[in-house]
Structure formats: structure tokens, C-alpha cells
Design a protein around this ligand. Structure first.
Ligand SMILES: Nc1ncnc2c1ncn2[C@@H]1O[C@H](COP(=O)(O)OP(=O)(O)O)[C@@H](O)[C@H]1O
Ligand SMILES: [Mg+2]
Length: 437
């Protein structure tokens, strides 16, 4: 059990794991106030900075790997972040849209929380849009999510997703436009719902020409009033590039301080965090059986062409010496599902082309779809909830999906992320090459 004392205006930097109770005094953490009786839990690998508002006495535990530091104010970002937050929330015109950009581990999420709390304390209708598809805090990896801030928050994961849009990748790189349009769609929705402050937290892809183009494309779509950049020293060139590209733009581009002392989460740690999110969203979801006649698949080439009849399929199977389970043709493009024991080689593909009179033939094995992350869509074709594809039953025309959505599902959008359910309902992410179909 540790005892911590600090006087007014002092800063305490706590790295988790730690669990502390305030016995006396008051402190500001990420724009929110904490006082006697409040417990502060700092998760492993996370660092929080407390500014003492009234002489503080805390008791608790700092676990292995955790630490307590007393940084000089000039080494900390608190004052800069609070000043900026106050400036933003006092802007006259509402809604105020704030885009937070910066590389990985630059403080985007922590700054977004600080601004969200400041705005919440001013009683403004505040929304956070989580646009980091790889390290989501609010929703599910592969999705952009948003939530209203209805209480002070210490973590973005304290928020529950109220609206989600599917991107289908855990990185913005394969399809930056999909990320931008998901963010744009959600921002419009929360503005229509009466948001006064919309804080858009973005992914950390900001180290290349392409990544800067992607962020400029995002600015062009959402037209933020503020672009807050969190950039370490060696990213000054990025700041200059953004300033140059947006030189005539009426929104303000501001460089906020980025915390100097950071812990970088490893690739493996990031994957574990994603898996925890899939598990939260899907482990206890329901198994739903849907009919291919009633539910359409979007964002996949599959189910676009005309399906062949059973007798036509039998004929192809015989001629090509392969067990075809399903076949559809769109113009001169055929999509074929074969029995998973069949060997798919070039010779067989050539034979299929000849028999089907198609010059493009794509072949997948039955069962290839198992585990694909997907979104279930409502009748407005809005992504309603995440799901996991369990099986397509080709003979009965049924799709088995795991999702917690209980409304009517009209369509399914599949992504490029594969999941596997392990024992005790733990969901793992697996590498998946290319597009599913
Ligand atoms: N004021 C701070 N001082 C030191 N480290 C901090 C501070 N605020 C946040 N951090 C730590 O810096 C790391 C990156 O912060 P985070 O807000 O998650 O950045 P991003 O969202 O850009 O990846 C995290 O480990 C976080 O705990
Ligand atoms: Mg983040």
C-alpha cells in the first residue's frame, strides 16, 4: 500500500498498473475533476497526468511495471491541453468539429478525452467519434464508432458505441476513403442529433505522403473547425505539410504539445487489445440463421452474378472433374465455390474457363468464409452492429451469423478481417490475405 501526498499545482505522472483512492483533496485528470472517495485506476501500459487542484492525499497500490513521477510543468502537456480545450469549447459557432491527428502514441486519445471532459463540464452536447480502426476504444476494430459523453471519462472505452460504420480493415492504408466516408457519415449523424462538440479521434497513420493525402481528404470531407495536431519534434515536417496543404482553409490548424514520455505498445499488445474488443462485442452474441433469398451481401463480388442451376453445376463438376458446390456468372466473370478437398490448380481453372466460357474465373473453397468479420445492416443500409460469419450453407441457401443485433437484418457487409473463436469464447484475429471475394 502506497501513500502519496502532493500540494496544490503539483503534477503527478502515474504509469499503470495502479489503483489509488483519493482520501483528501482534489485533482484534475484529463480535464475531469476527482475528489475524496474517487478511485483512479491506471491500466497497465497507460500513463495519466494529475494536476493537483487542492492539497492531495491518496492511498493505493502501484503494481509491477507501474511508477509515480513528479514532472516539472514545462515537461508536461496538461496546461497546454487545458488551454486549448477551453479555447475550443468557447468557440461561438456550434457545432464545433475538432479533428485530432498525430502519429501512433502521440497523445491523440488522451487529448480527445481531455477535450471531451472539458466540453462535458460546460454542459455541452459532446460526442466522440473514434476513427482509429486499428486501435478502437469505443466500438469494434474495423469500425468507426461514436458515442455521446454523458459523464466524466477516464478512458474512451468507458463510452459505449451508439452509432457504428463499417470499414472492414484494421488499418486505414488499404482504403483511406472508406475510413473518411465512415467518419463523415457518423459526424453528419451526430450533428443532426444536435451535437455541439464533435471530437474526431483518428488513426496514427501520419508518416508518409499518402498518409498526409488521406488526412487532407478527411479534412475536405468533414470540414473541421479545428485540426489539432499532436506531433513529436521529428514530425515538424508533417506539421509544415499540413499547414501548406490547408493554407487557404478557414478552419484553424493548431499544434498541441505531444507527451515527451511515452510507452509504445508493441504489435502484439495492439493485437491483444483488438481481440479484447472483438470478444466484448461478439463473444456472447446470438447465432442467427438468415436466408440468402432475403439478405443481400454488399461490398463483395459474390452474389452479384446469376447463380447456375443444380443440373448446370453437376454438368460442370463432371466435365472439370471437380466438386462444384456453387457457381455464378456475371458476363464473362465466374465465381465458383468448390468442395474443400478439391485441389485448385491452374489446369483446373483453365478447364473451368473453357466450360463456362468465361475469361475470369475465381475459385474459393467451401468454408473459406468462416470467421469473417462483418457488419449487419438495417433497412436503411446503415451498419447496425458487428457480426461474425460462421457459415454459408450452399445447399440450403442459409447464412449463419453471430451478432448481438436483434433488429431486422437486410444486408451483410463482409470485411477483410478473420476471427477465430477459441475456447471460453475468446476471439482471436487471424491474418487474411487479399479481399475475401
Ligand atoms: N500526459 C502524459 N504524460 C505522459 N504520457 C502520457 C500522457 N498522456 C498520455 N500518455 C501516454 O502516452 C501514450 C500515448 O497516448 P494515447 O493518448 O493513447 O496516444 P494515441 O491515441 O495517439 O496513440 C499512452 O501510453 C498514454 O498513457
Ligand atoms: Mg489512440
Amino acid at each position: 500500500m502506497s501513500e502519496i501526498k502532493a500540494s496544490k499545482d503539483e503534477l503527478l505522472r502515474i504509469t499503470g498498473p495502479a489503483s489509488l483512492i483519493i482520501e483528501e483533496g482534489k485533482a484534475l485528470i484529463l480535464g475531469a475533476e476527482y475528489e475524496k472517495g474517487d478511485r483512479i485506476v491506471v491500466r497497465r501500459t497507460r500513463t495519466l497526468c494529475m494536476k493537483v487542484l487542492e492539497d492531495l492525499y491518496m492511498r493505493g497500490i502501484i503494481g509491477e511495471g507501474g511508477k509515480l513521477e513528479r514532472p516539472a510543468p514545462s515537461d508536461e502537456v496538461v496546461d497546454n491541453w487545458m488551454e486549448l480545450s477551453e479555447l475550443i469549447v468557447s468557440a461561438e459557432s456550434k457545432p464545433t468539429i475538432i479533428l485530432v491527428v498525430g502519429p501512433v502514441e502521440s497523445g491523440k486519445t488522451s487529448f480527445s478525452i481531455t477535450l471531451a471532459n472539458t466540453s462535458y463540464y460546460k454542459m455541452m452536447k459532446t460526442y466522440v467519434v473514434d476513427g482509429d480502426v486499428g486501435q478502437t476504444d469505443i466500438g469494434c476494430p474495423g469500425f468507426v464508432s461514436a458515442s455521446r459523453v454523458n459523464s466524466r471519462i477516464l478512458y474512451l472505452s468507458d463510452l459505449k458505441p451508439e452509432i457504428m460504420r463499417f470499414v472492414g480493415y484494421i488499418s486505414p492504408m488499404p482504403n483511406p476513403t472508406a475510413v473518411s466516408s465512415a467518419i463523415y457519415d457518423i459526424t453528419n449523424n451526430v450533428v443532426t442529433a444536435g451535437a455541439e462538440i464533435v471530437i474526431i479521434n483518428t488513426d496514427g497513420w501520419l508518416n508518409s505522403l499518402e498518409s498526409i493525402m488521406a488526412k487532407i481528404g478527411l479534412v475536405k470531407l468533414v470540414k473541421p473547425d479545428y485540426v489539432i495536431t499532436l506531433l513529436p519534434e521529428d514530425y515538424t515536417w508533417v506539421y509544415n505539410s499540413l499547414k501548406r496543404k490547408l493554407q487557404g482553409y478557414c478552419g484553424r490548424i493548431i499544434r498541441a504539445k505531444s507527451p515527451a514520455i511515452k510507452r509504445v505498445r508493441s504489435r502484439a499488445e495492439r493485437k491483444i487489445l483488438r481481440e479484447q474488443a472483438y470478444t466484448r462485442m461478439l463473444a456472447n452474441a446470438n447465432i442467427v440463421k438468415l436466408s440468402l433469398n432475403e439478405v443481400s451481401f454488399i461490398n463483395t463480388r459474390l452474389f452479384t452474378g446469376n447463380p447456375l442451376s443444380r443440373s448446370e453445376i453437376e454438368e460442370i463438376s463432371r466435365k472439370c472433374n471437380i466438386k462444384v458446390v456453387y457457381c455464378e456468372v456475371a458476363g464473362n466473370h465466374a465465381i465458383i465455390i468448390v468442395d474443400d478437398t478439391d485441389l485448385i490448380n491452374e489446369g483446373r481453372k483453365e478447364k473451368l474457363k473453357e466450360v463456362l466460357k468465361c475469361n475470369m474465373v475465381e475459385v474459393r473453397r467451401k468454408g473459406w468464409e468462416k470467421g469473417l468479420l462483418l457488419a449487419v445492416l438495417d433497412e436503411n443500409l446503415n451498419d447496425a452492429s458487428p457480426g461474425m460469419l460462421k457459415e454459408i450453407r450452399w445447399d440450403s441457401g442459409e447464412i449463419i451469423v453471430k451478432t448481438s443485433y436483434t433488429g431486422k437484418i437486410t444486408a451483410i457487409a463482409v470485411g477483410c478481417i478473420k476471427l477465430r473463436e477459441e475456447k471460453e469464447n475468446i476471439i482471436e484475429e487471424r491474418k487474411f490475405r487479399g479481399v475475401p471475394l
